[in-house]
Design a protein around this ligand. Sequence first.
Ligand code: ARG
Length: 456
Amino acid sequence: MTLWGGRFGGSLEESAWRLNASITFDRRLAEQDVQGSQAWAHALCQAGLLTPEENEQLQAGLSKILEEFRQDSFAVQPQDEDIHTAVERRLGELIGDVAGKLHTGRSRNDQVATDFRLWVLAAIEQLDRSLRAFQSILVQRAEQDWNLILPGYTHLQRAQPILLSHWWLAHFWPLQRDRQRLTDLRKRTAILPLGSGALAGVPFPIDRQALAKALGFEAPCANSLDGVSDRDFAAEFLFCAGLIGVHLSRLAESMVIFTTAEFGFFTLVDAYSTGSSLMPQKKNPDLFELGRGKAGKLIGLLSGLLATLKGLPSTYDKDLQEDKPPLFTAYDTLIELLPVLGGAIATLQVNVPKLAAALDPALFATDLADYLVEKGVPFRQAHEWVGKAVRLAEEQGISLERLPLESYQTITQLFEEDLYAVFNPLRSVSRRRAEGGTAPEAVQRQLETAKAILKQ
Ligand code: ARG
């Protein structure tokens, strides 16, 4: 027996039933479904459609169902098409005919949109917490690895010396923007569809403002047609998840590179690395590779939902049932991934000699140009002269630091003995003390800002 069987002579073919049903995945909305129904029953009572006694019966029955879900004793029956019909069926078993009053003025269309929004609101909160925990690991690393200097890269070519703490914090800010995006999304998610009916609104005097408040929403939706079909919040959630995935993937990629023998900057502890079934010596960064790989899946989930939405005529269409699994998957993926990547980062060992050995003198070429700039040379000219020095050093098979002063002076007499002072990592980073730069004092200020954000 379905809840919509009245006008049908026969029942749905079995495989068609399975295709149509969503209970296998929307069971996950059980808590939200009960919560929404309890608020709806109150609203019906306020509107005079239920007596207080009837409302009491509905509330008690729904509470019992919630308990069954929480204790995992709720028995899904073969005729339960989705979570909404399952709850209503069980309510009838528990309290009898009065259960049939609950769906007054309500449709599964405004119901499911409400349930789903409630779920997303909770998911945003959890995800934010998880991101924050991950950020605090980056801050810890920045503190722990204080004063270590490594080459910064552009085009994956050694560029300029930077503080390792600065590098760690570079991964803090993208995640901070992700958290801001989630906070912003919360506002648009907390718009209540309930009271939209199937599409045209509700014909009873329901106080939708009060209903919105009771469910923790900011306001009821302004248009019932939009209310039942709007899935922007779901798409936005997937965008946020996808971008978080991209940010984690970029960090993971650096970890994969920096743990190679070629770089050797970091070593993963055994608890966060994996072996090879064939090559006994291997210690692989599988977890970071999975972090990188899962970003691809997250991006795909967003494209998938957008494609589902793009051709839908107004208002509710069953295509919309496909909206939930991608969000569940995206959420589960990140909630699983973040603590693992965080743990791997928190425990990794930094190979200080490898960092130092990577600081080759060519990294100070910009500082050498700046040395000339301070003697009044236009930067373009200084760039060219230092470029010549680089070529001379290359021709002689030596580093810039070993290039004799005589060779420098064949380019310009402005090069003097004190030029060799530029080949000093701490001097180089310390000069970049303007806000946002890699000087210890600037990074210290950045670190304080990051820590203050985590305290909020
Ligand atoms: N299981 C459905 C979904 O997730 C509930 C809404 C069904 N509405 C309908 N008109 N058939 O979208």
